[in-house]
Design a protein around this ligand. Structure first.
Ligand code: ADP
Ligand code: MG
Length: 348
């Protein structure tokens, strides 16, 4: 029997808008106490008792923020949740609900949206957030996804970008630069594929960095760990745009300066080897790369003993008076000013 591929593709119009919403959201379960009413009414109802709320939103646009030629829809769904949860955790809050809005063109069959929603569901389950609403509409060209995340915290726990003080230590979680390099590998493979579609890419030596790009995680564990360790950062931000730009945000809002030590920046061995292969400077990648979704925070020195030796944390810098400026101290012990456009090894 000859299989008709199109028979496995359900056109969105077969379900209609409401049928589609029901179909995509039927598996979502409510698990948080603060969710009084989720999907299905005109608005969700949430009750956070005495806690404060944090709200954050992001809009992802096809061709601008993602490329479906190498981004599987499941991963896209997952990542669109993660990037928002990361912002909630950067406030030192617990993420509790999300809403998901999509605009789709009719070139997407229902099955494609199912995949997208599988990724959303996986992330929501893993990070224990309830999907409580959204909106569904059509788009004349590409796919748009907007996720709004809601979180809660006790007012005493909130951590802003603005609380860093001179002499505080600057800490980064995990390692950085991987997501950017993963993107470079995927872009290169896309070029190769365009020239010769028969070519099967061998991506074995890039598994970590590709995963960092396609399936990032948000550091929920760090917010929980800091609570256990009884460390409240003086300031915090998540690394979405690259270390240099995040450091500048922290310093500007806290009105402090900073010395960042090049030899302390945590890099995965795969980041180092791929930088060598691409002939790019690993510090440039770490400073300008972005999309790692690690947390960058500062602590008072009295808390150093509590985080010392923990493999999740690397002390990478020292906060100074604002007048001292924001600098990278290189391996050669040179002092280079970190600029708004990021730092580029080739220009210095
Ligand atoms: P309205 O006409 O008030 O915008 P909708 O029919 O768009 O209502 O939505 C019905 C319910 O489904 C609401 O609870 C809404 O939040 C939810 N919803 C709509 N689209 C989505 C989506 N893409 N993902 C999750 N929930 C959605
Ligand atoms: Mg609607």
């Amino acid at each position: 029997m000859i299989e008709d591929k199109d028979q496995s593709r359900t056109h969105i119009s077969q379900l209609g808008e409401f049928g589609l919403i029901d179909h995509l959201t039927k598996n979502f379960k409510i698990t948080n106490k603060s969710t009084v009413r989720g999907i299905g009414d005109d608005a969700a109802v949430l009750d956070f008792k005495d806690n404060q709320l944090v709200v954050t939103t992001d809009l992802l646009v096809e061709g601008v923020h993602f490329d479906l030629s190498y981004m599987p829809l499941k991963h896209l769904g997952y990542k669109s949740v993660i990037v928002n949860l990361s912002d909630v955790y950067a406030m030192n809050a617990k993420a509790t609900q999300i809403t998901v809005s999509i605009a789709v063109s009719n070139r997407f069959p229902v099955e494609a949206l199912e995949e997208l929603y599988q990724g959303i569901e996986t992330a929501a389950k893993l990070y224990k957030v309830d999907v409580v609403g959204g909106d569904t509409t059509s788009s004349t060209s590409g796919l748009l996804i907007s996720v709004t995340a809601i979180g809660e915290l006790e007012s005493k726990d909130v951590v802003y970008r603005s609380g860093a003080k001179p002499n505080d230590l600057m800490i980064v979680t995990g390692d950085i630069g991987g997501a950017y390099l993963g993107l470079q590998v995927l872009e290169r493979e896309k070029e190769v594929f365009n020239v010769n579609p028969q070519n099967q890419p061998d991506l074995d030596s890039y598994t970590y960095i590709i995963e960092r790009q396609l399936k990032p995680e948000a550091r929920k564990d760090i917010v929980e760990l800091l609570k256990v360790l009884e460390v409240k950062p003086t300031s915090m931000i998540d690394i979405s745009d690259g270390l240099s730009s995040e450091i500048l945000h922290l310093c500007k809002q806290s009105k402090v300066g900073c010395d960042l030590y090049e030899n302390k920046i945590p890099l995965d061995p795969q980041v180092i080897s791929t930088c060598e292969e691409f002939d790019i400077d690993s510090t440039t990648v770490a400073l300008n790369g972005g999309e790692d979704y690690e947390l960058l925070f500062t602590i008072n020195q009295k808390d150093y003993d509590k985080i010392k030796g923990n493999p999740n944390f690397t002390v990478i810098g020292f906060m100074r008076e604002e007048s001292a400026g924001v600098h990278l101290i290189t391996r050669a012990e040179e002092k280079i000013s970190i600029k708004a456009q990021g730092w580029n090894a080739l220009n210095n």
